[in-house]
Design a protein around this ligand. Structure first.
Ligand code: PRP
Ligand code: MG
Length: 181
């Protein structure tokens, strides 16, 4: 179809539900970091949408920075090895850091990123993720702010892609089987 919304077989979270939940997460974050210098770090590329919406829901000063990471070579994510494609511009030493991503799947990305950023002497490092798949977790990882736990299903939209498509869907959902064939 010409309209990518028609490729969803099920909508898990609508645009309105996502915005409401992000508002709640932002309120919690605002309370927790009141009076503190805060840097939010978006994990390219999936976190672009949640960074844009969460940052604007904060209604306070916040520095926005970005990292891009990748699994090594052709190795699968479960190899546990990550390399930095784009590092922070900011020096986070002595500052409060909140890593923002749209999903924790195996947990490898954020587990590695948390320990990497923690080694730079920040005042604190926490994680905010819109989605988490508890059944898929392979790494111990503590996310302080979680939008929703979801079943271990492949989801797209709101930053989440299938072969670099569907990131620009406003809703989050599952793809019709016909899309894969
Ligand atoms: C996806 C997603 C998370 C990560 C979660 O990013 O955006 O960052 O995987 O998976 P994990 O918990 O198993 O590490 P991906 O590396 O596919 O790149 P992208 O953000 O550019 O889509
Ligand atoms: Mg990502």
């Amino acid at each position: 179809s010409a309209d990518i919304r028609d490729d969803l077989v099920e909508v898990l979270f609508t645009e309105a539900q996502i915005q409401e939940r992000i508002g709640e997460m932002a309120a919690e974050i605002s309370r927790d970091y009141e009076g503190k210098d805060l840097v939010i770090v978006g994990v390219l590329r999936g976190a672009v949408m949640v960074m844009a919406d969460l940052s604007r829901a904060l209604h306070r000063h916040v520095e926005m920075d970005w990292m891009a990471v990748s699994s090594y070579g052709s190795g699968t994510k479960s190899s546990g090895v990550v390399r930095i494609l784009k590092d922070l511009d900011a020096d986070i030493s002595g500052r409060h850091v909140l890593i923002v991503d749209e999903i924790i799947d195996t947990g490898l990305t954020l587990s590695w990123l948390t320990s990497n950023l923690s080694s730079r002497g920040p005042a604190s490092v926490e994680i905010a993720t819109l989605l988490r798949k508890p059944e898929a977790l392979q790494m111990p990882i503590e996310a302080k702010y979680v939008g929703w736990d979801i079943p271990n299903e492949f989801v797209v939209g709101y930053g989440l892609d299938y072969r670099e498509r569907y990131r620009n869907l406003r809703d989050i959902g599952t793809l019709a089987p016909s899309v894969y064939s």
